[in-house]
Design a protein around this ligand. Structure first.
Ligand SMILES: [Zn+2]
Length: 417
């Protein structure tokens, strides 16, 4: 295991401090405190601060963390207490902090604007501190991984792969998502339990959504759904090692996939391989996303929306720029809401749909409850010349619905529409 690079990381932070003219940095975000001190608290329900000065560091912790904090990389440890008699005799967390910062009159202090509360900021200012936001600089610093983090990420990756391999052997119809995960998780615990495992393991996090229909739980929480023959399953594992997550996600089928699922899976693999082949230094994620979409044939201009109505069954399909140009079989007149007189191009009014194509009922011309307007076709730029319709939504009351929606509601109640 690569040793914790406390000196190198502090060196970078002090470089930032001298560039920005900072006397201290007061860190409060658990991830940032851990990044510079290697300290991970049992709980962050009480104030914990890591203070970096020009030539010393201070860790302020509650008594609960006293023993545990001793292994952190800090020059001075300050413990505060919540129970008598020490709670009365010893200074509180913020009294300790004030005392450290008082070594310099009106110090310039780097703080994480993305972490500390307004109350905390005002308190520091009331002590004469001038605050500077170091959140963006810390984010940038942490984005570039050092050897210690790479080592942790590799270990997390090894655990992902091992546990997933075990779980996959147990994929079969009738097993629940949670049981499937548990095989890998138990094997993982067996692998790393024992005195000589050098890393800090936390979070065996798994997600295993199976089948097509999900519950109303957000996204992909695993549950008691049992795998069925032909299911497409996504299994995700993301164990954390010393705060660094690995992640492995695989899609697989239980038994034989349905033909359409197999086709979708193959298309996904093809798109993914195209992206993997094209990845090199300097390309951005957006370009890779566009490449995958090109392979799948779902470029922007291939995404269409259509519009129609039961009483006007004409297919309005959007052009490649997503506009509803009027088809050859229909005309639209936009009418004034009060007088029903036709309005000029561009003005908003009620949408009147006209078509000669309906034989069954005499509904050549239909007044809808929709508000909309027309735009000259040339303004679109797609090459189509007929004007295009923009529907803004329903006019008037909320409870006006389309005929189809109204009929569905009545049929649902067992009444004749
Ligand atoms: Zn167009």
């Amino acid at each position: 295991m690569v040793p914790f690079p406390a000196k190198e990381r502090l060196g970078k932070l002090r470089q930032l401090m001298s560039q920005e003219g900072l006397d201290f940095c007061v860190l409060a975000g658990p991830e940032n405190m851990n990044y510079f001190s290697c300290f991970q608290a049992i709980t962050y329900t009480r104030p914990i601060r890591f203070v970096v000065g020009g030539d010393e560091t201070h860790l302020i912790v509650p008594a609960l963390e006293e023993e545990h904090a001793a292994s952190a990389a800090a020059d001075a440890f300050h413990v505060y207490y919540e129970h008598p008699p020490k709670a009365v005799e010893c200074p509180s967390a913020f009294a300790i902090l004030k005392n450290i910062l008082a070594k310099k009159a009106n110090p310039v202090v780097g703080v994480e604007y993305g972490v500390i509360t307004l109350g905390n900021a005002q308190m520091l200012e009331s002590w004469g501190c001038r605050l500077v936001n170091i959140s963006p600089a810390l984010t940038q610093m942490r984005a570039i991984k050092d050897e210690y983090e790479k080592d942790c990420i590799r270990e997390a990756g090894r655990l992902c792969r091992y546990a997933m391999g075990v779980s996959l052997k147990h994929a079969r119809p009738g097993i629940t998502e949670l049981e499937f995960e548990q095989y890998g998780t138990t094997a993982l615990y067996d692998l790393i339990s024992g005195e000589d495992y050098p890393y800090v393991f936390s979070s065996p996090t798994c997600f295993t959504p199976s089948g097509v229909e999900r519950t109303n739980m957000p996204h992909v929480f695993s549950g008691l759904r049992k795998f069925q023959e032909g299911d497409m399953v996504i299994h995700v594992r993301k164990p954390a090692i010393n705060g660094c997550h690995g992640e492995l996600e695989r899609t697989f089928f239980v038994g034989k996939p349905k033909p359409e699922a197999e086709r979708a899976f193959k298309a996904m693999v093809e798109a993914q391989m195209a992206v993997l082949d094209a990845i090199r230094p300097g390309v951005v994620a957006k370009e890779m996303d566009a490449l995958a979409r090109r392979v799948l044939g779902v470029e922007e201009e291939n995404i269409h929306e259509f519009f129609g109505a039961v009483e006007h069954p004409i297919f309005f399909n959007t052009c490649k720029k997503h506009h509803f140009h009027l088809p050859a079989y229909a005309r639209v007149i936009i009418r004034d809401v009060r007088t029903l007189k036709p309005l000029p191009m561009g003005e908003v009014g009620l949408v009147n749909l006209i078509t000669p194509l309906i034989n069954a009922t005499p509904v050549t011309s239909v007044m809808t409850d929709d508000l909309g307007f027309l735009t000259p076709g040339e303004d679109c730029g797609c090459g189509l010349k007929s004007p295009y319709l923009t529907v803004l939504g329903r006019a008037g009351l909320n409870d006006i619905t389309t005929c189809a929606a109204g009929a569905a509601e009545l049929l649902g109640k067992g009444e004749m529409p």
